[in-house]
Design a protein around this ligand. Sequence first.
Ligand code: HEM
Length: 465
Amino acid sequence: MIFPSPIHALNWLSSTVDSSQVLAIFSKLFTSDDAFRPDEFDVDAKSGFFPPAPLPKLPDEFAEWEAAFAAAPGILALGEDKSEEALSKRSDGAWWRSNARSWPVKDIDILCGDIRLLQRAHMVLASLLHFYVHSLPPTDSAIIVPKSIAIPLVKVSRELSMAPVLTFADTVLWNWELIDPSLPVRVDNMRYLNIFSGTETERAFYLASAAVELKGVEMLDIFNRFQNLPASSYTDAHVMAQLAKDLGQLASIVNELTQIFQSMRETVDPTDFYWAVRPWWAGATSKGPNHPGWIFEGVPNGDSAHLDLGGASAGQSSVMHALDVFLDIDHRLATKRKPAPSEPNRRADLGFMQRMWRYMPGKHREYLTRLRSVRPVVERAPSLRDSYNAAVRALKTLRDFHIRIVAIYVVTKAGSTPPARFALDEHEGTEGTQKNGPARGTGGSEVSNLLKAGRDATQRALLQE
Ligand code: HEM
């Protein structure tokens, strides 16, 4: 059959197939060679930003890294932990660290070209880095990261174009195996490998984050479909009707994300989270600007002034950033929108969200760079406004809830005295415990102000009815 134009084809399609398939078929038929293909950005159709299968172990040449990685949770405790159990681990921990210092500096060339092996190497090395640093006795001096870890980690990170430190990808995206390898990647079929603190709370946090990522795959479908619509279709009633439906669906998905966040209240214990789990994720800058941070031995300019060493945060989840890009949430306050930003909004760390992009794998960052926002289309099509606004409102509700979670899990804990069972020294300043200042997040940002500014930026995306 020959159609005089894509729109004629669309009309014919609409009369013959289920309307939910129209956009997908239309995009496939009429997009050009530079079509948006998520797999080019290491985004899988079924597992999204997760790799489609668990990462393979590193080749035998790297057996020392793999063995130290597997043994670390049983051997090491937080350096600031003075509990009996932690004290009983001290000498084995010192041995583990001296062993790591004695490794030769391994060449990573044989891993280059295989993205899965590079990802595994990043996950293993970044975890070794955090085990090493955070199991040391607390100190006010700079922490020297041995060259056996520092040099290959920096090289692998350059290959992947991401920060040489523990990230969301290392803790959540790459840190699992399948319980039953014959079944697909689903939250109830994933077992997390490295649990720094050994707590169920840490495991539950990773699983909830995984649930967000996998639910997010449904959002990515919507973004990808939109991405492949030619601009000429924006005036077509069928396309607009389907887009309105997709935006409505997006709002429902975001509401489901809020439910996943809510479920964390039952599985993630605030006290364990703050005192036992979070300190392991902290980066070189989390103790504030006066701490000298970390020095990567053998790496030119190997300090936090030159390397991104902020540490791991769910704020690095590419799926959440993709949602922001698609809806065009203006975290930097770069566009004039109403209501005008408050004083605290302006004082917030406006570069935080953009900075988090550097902690994502380079391919995922490229995906975000290529993703277009639906907002300019909605601005010209009043029929889309309600469903767009519904999606924005759903995201604002999610951020409201996230702020409440952070108040319970971080803000009220900051500056408080650790419960006796953690046997931590009060003054030692676990991440965010600065006695006289506001709670700080990964990378040292003031948490409350930052998150409220993000919530208000979301609200500001609403289009006037
Ligand atoms: C117990 C649960 C959680 C706590 C205590 C928590 C805590 C925080 C904190 C303190 C920040 C500020 C920045 C930082 O420190 O890195 C933050 C930001 C962020 N978190 Fe969470 N988080 C939780 C769950 C999650 C989950 C499950 C996700 C999604 C995968 C998520 C996504 C984000 C995002 C995208 C940001 C950036 C700011 C924003 O988008 O509003 N968080 N979180």
